[in-house]
Design a protein around this ligand. Structure first.
Ligand SMILES: [Zn+2]
Length: 279
């Protein structure tokens, strides 16, 4: 007869746990994350959180080493919450940073699911929407691009798949009403990018390489193709859940598509950089 992995008392023949203990553990764990989340959102005090989580953990069979994990998960959920309800504003960013400092959380811990990167990206988008040149990217090593003196690098994506669309159709993304000539401070929420993947487009995979976004151009560098496109030559952008597409000025130009893995950030970034304030 085995002992219950939660309470340690005999669990009965061929059983590893009491169902009610498992339930208690899961409820406790969810409550812990919820408490951490509301604290990261600034809805409850931070100074008592650790104590509260410790007490909960004891009662709900959650091992003590999981307390930190609950704090990190709560922070991640808070980031998600702020992003889903719209653009991340300065106060929201400050709340999230205060929480990081208070609990001494590392970038490594916070970025295991990419949420720290998302927070930086949201801050970059806010800069751009406010007409500021973002200075939040540090690049290790040299990049294969020949940037111009009067432009600033905003972001770099690695291992980006570059496609050309087979046939020039009427713009699929036009339903979003995006035209850079008239758009002012366009911002699409995270939720708006669900369900429009690049794979649905009829396309040819041309190359895979690095994509750099600057205040004036989109740069691509692959093993076969390298090019630079000024925003002024782009007529429209198409949002995808995993990247973005562009249509250039020339009638003969094929639609070009870049798969970065995340459409929300890159699409909002290029659309707003192209608005004109930075050119
Ligand atoms: Zn038990």
């Amino acid at each position: 007869m085995g002992d219950c992995i939660y309470c340690g008392r005999p669990a009965g023949l061929l059983r590893k746990f009491h169902p009610e203990c498992k339930e208690r553990y899961e409820n406790t764990w969810n409550t812990m994350i919820y408490k951490a989340k509301s604290s990261a959102l600034g809805l409850s005090q931070m100074d008592n959180l650790e104590n509260e989580l410790r007490n909960l953990a004891k009662q709900g069979y959650v091992p003590e080493h999981k307390i930190r994990e609950a704090i990190v998960s709560g922070w991640e959920e808070a980031v998600q919450h702020f992003l889903e309800d719209g653009q991340l504003d300065k106060q929201e960013e400050e709340k999230l940073l205060k929480f990081i400092q208070y609990f001494g959380l590392s970038q490594y811990e916070l970025d295991k699911n990419g949420m720290y990167t998302r927070l930086v990206q949201a801050a970059v988008l806010r800069d751009v929407l406010e007409g500021k040149v973002p200075q939040r990217l540090t690049v290790a090593g040299t990049l294969p691009f020949n940037f111009q003196k009067n432009e600033s690098l905003v972001w770099v994506f690695k291992s980006v798949k570059y496609y050309e669309q087979r046939t020039r159709r009427e713009y699929v993304g036009a339903s979003q009403g995006v035209s850079i000539r008239i758009a002012r401070g366009v911002y699409y929420r995270v939720g708006g990018f669900k369900g429009y993947p690049i794979e649905k487009v009829e396309k040819v995979h041309v190359d895979t390489g690095m994509l750099a976004i600057t205040t004036k151009h989109i740069y691509f560098h692959g093993s076969v193709k390298s090019f630079r496109i000024p925003y002024s030559k782009i007529v429209s952008f198409t949002p995808y859940s995993d990247g973005f597409g562009i249509n250039k000025d020339a009638a003969s130009a094929k639609p070009q598509i870049f798969e970065t893995g995340d459409g929300w950030f890159v699409y909002n970034l290029v659309v707003n950089l192209a608005r004109g304030d930075f050119n």
